[in-house]
Design a protein around this ligand. Sequence first.
Ligand code: SF4
Length: 961
Amino acid sequence: MITMQIDGHKITAREDQTVLDAALENGIDIPRLCHHPDLTPSGGCRLCNVEVVGSNKMQPSCTMEVSDGLEVITESEGLYDHRHSIIDLLVSDHPLDCVTCEKSGTCELQRYAYKYGISETSLDFELGREEKVDDNPMFLRDHPYCILCGRCVRVCNEVVGADAIQFGDRGFDSYVATQFDVPMGDSSCVFCGSCVQVCPTAALTHKSRIGKGREWEFDRVETICGYCGVGCRIEFAVNTEGAEPDIAYAQGTPNAPTGRFLCSKGRYGWDYAKNKERLTTPLVRKDLAYELGLTDTPWQMPETSPLSAKNTAEYFVPVDWDTAMGIITDKLTQAVREAGPGAVAGLSSARCTNEDNYLFQKLMRATIGTNNVDHCARLCHASTVAGLAAAFGSGAMTNSIGEVRDADCIFITGSNTSEAHPVIGYEVNRAVQSGATLIVCDPRHIPLAEKATIHLQSAPGTDIHVFLAMLHVMIRDELADMEFVRERTEDFESLEKSVTAMDPETAAEVSGVPAADIERAARLYALGLRQDGDSRYGGGVEGRGDSERGRSSILYAMGITQRSNGTELVKTLANLAMLGGHMGKASTGVNPLRGQANVQGACDLGALPNVYPGYQKVTDAASRAKFGEAWGSEALDEQAGLTIVEMMRAAEAGDVKAMFFMGENPMISDPNIGHVEKALRSLDFLAAVDIFLSETCQLAQVVLPATSFLEKEGTFTNTERRVQALTPVLQGPGDARPDWRIVAELGRRLAAALGTPQEQWDYSSPEQIMKEISSVAPIYGGMDYGRLGTKGLVGPCPDAEHPGTPILHVGEFRRGKGKFHAVPPRLSSEQPDEEYPYVLTTGRMLYHFHTGTMTRKSKGLSWKQKRGYVEVNEQDAEALGIADGKAVVIESRRGQIRARARVGATVPSGVVFVPFHFKEAAANLLTQDENLDPDAKIPELKACAVKVTNPAQKKQTVKEQ
Ligand code: SF4
């Protein structure tokens, strides 16, 4: 700390602070325009200039470092005149239509014009910049309002890493432009709206707010984003003057644990909530309605697949809640009575809250009497849970999101982070900008590969060879942290033996990654080396093999887990982290990035067939007794239940007769959709709860309307295990109800029908449900709504005094010692052959989420990406006669899709990529459900063999014949 004086006040400041930061921290306000707390100071506007005692020059306080004994003056006559001139100059080129300006009340130029009494310019020239640019549905660019502060350019580069905008021209002609002045939609803009958020004037404005009110007229409601597992905190500006609240715009909040900025989905993907296709009343399918006498007209369910069917709302008749609930109760009771509790299965949802999930699994277990409950985590991170639990004793992200920016080396594999978890991508970008090395291992040239120190572009399914070779190099070159290995781990010898033969040359032959790159990656990761070859702690210069090591962090996602050897891959990443000693410390660890908003919570709360809430095994007699007592249930199922894929098989075989889904859409998300459809059609009864008539709902006999995350209370647990509270922003449409209320009501009715305690279903609020959760799940023991505040609490949090656990395995692994696993180099289960010579890999893209139920109904997001596509390598395209933007047919052993080709170098030759959000080109018609990971039972969604054809050429050949 240093001591200095500001305006005669003695203050202490940290040595690394600027004068502006020190002043603000001590409550001294200095005018500023180009400064933003999240961006590098630029010193461009000069409004924050201060006088320095002993110097006759003014200096910008935003770039001036504090020093011991420094004395500065922030207000004086000279400074007033200086600032007055700056504002006068800015106003000379700025429309003075504050009365009608959308940003009135939030415009920072207006604030200072008021402060310095400038109502019109004293200067007489206008620079006359280009007018308004209206080239996208998300935001307007209004150049005359731009003061060239550069905040938008800096946030795009420093935080988001999109580099979409920059200053065009120079001097008086300077303006903010896309590269080559192309429309925003053709630039590298990712439509995250961060530029709009930091813009101090009306130069950038969210279109959604236009005409909805001025800043002071909006209410502010903060809640948690319902899309990906990052769990960003969002502040919604809401107009509450009409009959119903109306969102004007969304923005990140300054003190959010995940940072101040959002991605395109959080920023603009909320308008689905008012889509006219929202479910507003319970529905009964017409065939069942006729059978029950609810309609007079007989009807038969068409054979057309929901993937191509039109006007499916006409399949149903609206009914009241009592009728719908009565039917579900009768049908599920009938299935239990006729075929036993095991004939019923349920899918809970990572889109729903912790409270919803807790009640759902309780319904299945305590009232229906089966462990047949699962959810989509089975299809994304089941192998993480299995692999990390075996290695560390806990299957969750080990460190927190905010730590990523302080890592020295980041190893990303099987994760297209900047598209699937964009705000974590911002943290990676920030780390790289500040000198961290980035290793990307991915068959695709994902956006972050552009920024990587090394891109290990392994052929699909061969990354295991690369990881094993990295382990080999770390042991061979004595880069391992042997002190950590000796003190904190076990079974090192079996690991050492298992990787002896996997030298980089052998791995290179299989994976196609140059041996030298594998060697370098191993060294960078093991020692935590930064871009300058040093570690943050000094002495780790590349090549010296010094034992001082930096911080290395592993991030991974479904590219690792959705594999038939997913659990082994996860164990291998755990091996890497333990061998490098990168565990139990800040900015290190093994960090699975969970897909949906509450996938961590749905797992924590027992929406899995083998564990109760808090991962207490259903096969353990003591756990059964504990939950039996808590739930008033005498005979909890002793066997682990069926997983999603097993449920579908059992349905097709007639063993499962009735299913109940809450917020799941397996008709898009599950592998081999053709098989899923067959299974669902063969059920005696299917009921589904959702917010839209999803492709799965279209096969259900009863559909119940739920409220979305914008309309409900409850909590989500994000990927870093942070439990955060939701606050309703909007009212639910029509008769839609929160899921917890639906499940509780059904619980009451089923309990009455099946003779289990009805009082177990007397819930009045999600808060009450959380109290029950904390009493039965020790990892949530200290979770209480009163403690969550704006930052939430990070689990495990066992009691009311516990502060939460941002970093796992500090000092000791949850299982005691970390366990190394010897893992064989297995390849993907379905290899390309003569008939199916290409490898299909699937994944997410930036603008859509999961099965597209919400994002495809968002105006801005669907404008940016309306249709599905197939990425094809340029060499393959040439060989197959496929042109960019033209149709291409992809066929696997299970099905066929047609989509437009996106020809380029993103995928290597021999590989095609299809995003799985689009029902018209449903990637999961092609994927396989046969070869499950033996431990996690996750199907190999990430790779299967396909053929690629050009339909135009096929037609031509037929014509010629
Ligand atoms: Fe929402 Fe995820 Fe985007 Fe954050 S990163 S705004 S949680 S979709």
